[in-house]
Write a protein that binds this ligand. Structure first.
Ligand SMILES: Nc1ncnc2c1ncn2[C@@H]1O[C@H](COP(=O)(O)OP(=O)(O)OP(=O)(O)O)[C@@H](O)[C@H]1O
Ligand SMILES: [Mg+2]
Length: 236
């Protein structure tokens, strides 16, 4: 097939994700809503890409499909050349556990667990071997600059710090793709910038590919590519 498959570890610049003719319809009949239509895109490996668009334009719908959490009604998604839209639910879930990390707007940390426990718990539910969990969790917390505060619970951390812990949890299993749905929406500008700096370091130091959605024009200036959605279609 395509030549970039051969060098999976050095495929920087090649397409990590490709979407062809995506369509997503929710519901059926009179109440059907077309959330995405004719979506075509290529996301180069080792890049940071932002989806922008008004509320309801389809950003979350598209991210969920790219993260193999949801299936399109029509069209294909290729992840490193593999067609995820043909995989069984079990295969998709295995792919997510191994190769994809997810970050949400509201962080989603467990309030009663400290930062370290949150990250380690994430590894455990993903089925990572327990022996290596400690090292993996600490190294992920180090990468986001939170190792020094890993004994603190979410309630004792700022919003930016909580989001960095959530990023540590998302990257502890070393995914190649990080999908983040409005990761800075609940943060002030300074905290949002901290989080963006962490994403940039993950791209440049670990070769990760980051796809995020945002409403913030300041954030769009910090990414390599911006994809604009309007009524479920790509505008630019
Ligand atoms: N599960 C669902 N069932 C029915 N309609 C849905 C569902 N999920 C999303 N939609 C509809 O699809 C369209 C796109 O929604 P989506 O959540 O992708 O937008 P968004 O760009 O992420 O918006 P926001 O900026 O508010 O998060 C909207 O019209 C929404 O109401
Ligand atoms: Mg959304």
């Amino acid at each position: 097939m395509t030549s970039w498959q051969a060098g999976a570890n050095q495929d920087s610049g090649q397409a990590l994700l490709k979407a062809l003719g995506l369509k997503r319809v929710f519901g059926r009949g009179e109440s059907a809503i077309t959330a995405l239509k004719d979506v075509q895109l290529e996301i180069p490996a080792g890049s940071m890409v932002a989806l922008k668009g008004k509320s309801g334009s389809g950003k979350t719908t598209l991210l969920n499909i790219l993260a193999a959490l949801d299936e399109p009604t029509e069209g294909q998604v290729l992840f490193r050349g593999r067609e995820i839209t043909r995989m069984s639910a079990k295969e998709r879930s295995a792919l997510r556990r191994k190769e994809i990390g997810l970050v949400f707007q509201s962080f989603g940390l467990v309030a009663l667990m400290n930062a370290y426990e949150n990250v380690e718990f994430g590894l455990r539910i993903a089925g990572a071997p327990v022996k290596t969990n400690r090292e993996a969790a600490e190294s992920a917390l180090e990468q986001v600059g939170m190792k020094g505060r890993m004994k603190h619970r979410p309630g004792e951390l700022s919003g930016g710090e909580q989001q960095r812990v959530a990023i540590a949890r998302a990257i502890a299993h070393k995914p190649v793709l990080l999908i983040a749905d409005e990761p800075t929406a609940e943060l002030d500008t300074r905290m949002g910038m901290q989080v963006m700096r962490v994403f940039r370091e993950l791209v440049s130091d670990s070769g990760m590919t980051v796809v995020l959605s945002t409403h913030d024009p300041g954030i769009m200036k910090l990414v390599d590519h911006v994809i604009a959605l309007e009524n479920g279609r790509i505008k630019s």
